[in-house]
Design a protein around this ligand. Structure first.
Ligand SMILES: C[S@@+](CC[C@H](N)C(=O)[O-])C[C@H]1O[C@@H](n2cnc3c(N)ncnc32)[C@H](O)[C@@H]1O
Length: 330
């Protein structure tokens, strides 16, 4: 295995927003509108929303990562944005309470652009990247919760194996969990490079797969460390409650576990009737709260060529309905 890059080759990259035009078209920002960006990251989408909703559209932008919020202060100081951008260090699972605290309701649009920014991936110290050697952390918010190092060194072999299988869809989860437990019996697993090497030794090189052998395990650990799927479920439900009729929800996901949650959520919220199929007349009180807008949007070949990080992105869009449905009364 090639030696991971050293501290000297660490760099902080740029983050290019994915599906930028498609996301802005989905949110359709208007002057005077109120938009919540739950994943500020490098601020690319936020800036797009601010520009499209000028001169007086407002954005409440959250990020769980204090570094993202720190970097965003520059944007928040710019003349065109200063009075229109509120930046808050918060998990999007608490978007409803943050929006209420700032009197930022109802919302005309909510964006969740899930996963990692290029800044996080390029910073070895954050421990997200198996290609860079750094401390095994993986927390979006390094000030809270358990790091990947703590999980990897304390979970039982069965717990580790379940985690890798459930959140990484890793078929060789048992082999990897066993190898981790063998390794930590004599040396605690503390760095990304060490973990990647253990996984590579456990399941072999890259001969039959286009992805690095540690890809799925790193994804699984990151999801577990940050409680990502639970946070997404909470945020989706709260976002819909906070949207004004006609307000748009846009979610960009990067792997099938997230996308499944988003797809299922939109399907549930667009359901008009939950009566048994054999029942001739609808007697349920189900009111659809969302209207699905189009089908899943994927990046173009051009976007993938110019920004390979976009290759696994999927954008789903829905619009908030008023709380009535044809033939039903409130
Ligand atoms: C893909 S980046 C967003 C990029 C952004 N749209 C842009 O244009 O620069 C994802 C960001 O969401 C943040 N994030 C991920 N999960 C989060 C959560 N549950 N709550 C708040 N922020 C989260 C990450 O810290 C990261 O900065």
């Amino acid at each position: 295995m090639a030696a991971p890059p050293t501290a000297a080759s660490r760099h902080v990259g740029e983050h290019r927003p994915v599906l930028f035009n498609e996301t802005l078209a989905a949110l359709d920002p208007r002057p005077g509108g109120r938009y919540l960006d739950g994943t500020f990251g490098g601020g690319g989408h936020t800036r797009g929303i601010l520009d499209a909703s000028a001169p007086d559209g407002l954005v409440l932008a959250l990020d769980a990562d204090p570094d993202a919020i720190r970097r965003g202060r520059n944007l928040a100081r710019q003349r065109d944005y200063a009075s229109r951008l509120i930046l808050v260090h918060a998990n999007f699972s608490s978007l409803a309470s943050v929006a209420r605290t700032y009197g930022f309701t109802p919302l005309n649009g909510v964006l969740l652009d899930l996963g990692l920014s290029s800044f996080q991936l390029a910073d070895a110290e954050r421990g997200f990247a198996f290609r860079l050697d750094g401390p095994l952390d993986m927390r979006f918010d390094p000030t809270a919760g358990l790091s990947a190092r703590e999980l990897v060194n304390t979970l039982t072999e069965a717990e580790l194996s379940n985690l890798l299988f459930q959140f990484g869809e890793e078929r060789r989860s048992r082999q990897i969990a066993a190898a981790i437990v063998r390794e930590r019996a004599h040396t605690p697993v503390t760095s990304t490079g060490q973990l990647a090497a253990v996984i590579e030794r456990a399941i072999g090189g890259r001969k039959r797969s286009s992805i690095h052998p540690a890809t799925r395990s790193f994804q699984a650990l990151r999801i577990a460390v940050n409680g990502e799927l639970r946070a997404l479920e909470t945020a989706l439900a709260d976002a819909v409650s906070m949207l004004a009729p006609g307000g748009r929800l846009a979610v960009i996901s990067f792997h099938s576990l997230e996308d499944r949650i988003v797809k299922r959520f939109i399907a549930e919220q667009t359901t008009t009737c939950t009566c048994p199929p054999e029942q001739p007349v609808c007697t349920c009180d189900t009111l659809p709260r969302l209207r699905k807008i189009g089908s899943a949007i994927r990046p173009s070949a051009n976007e993938i060529a110019s920004n390979p990080r976009s290759r696994s992105a999927t954008l789903r869009i829905a619009e908030r309905l008023v709380d009535t449905a044809p033939g039903k009364t409130i």
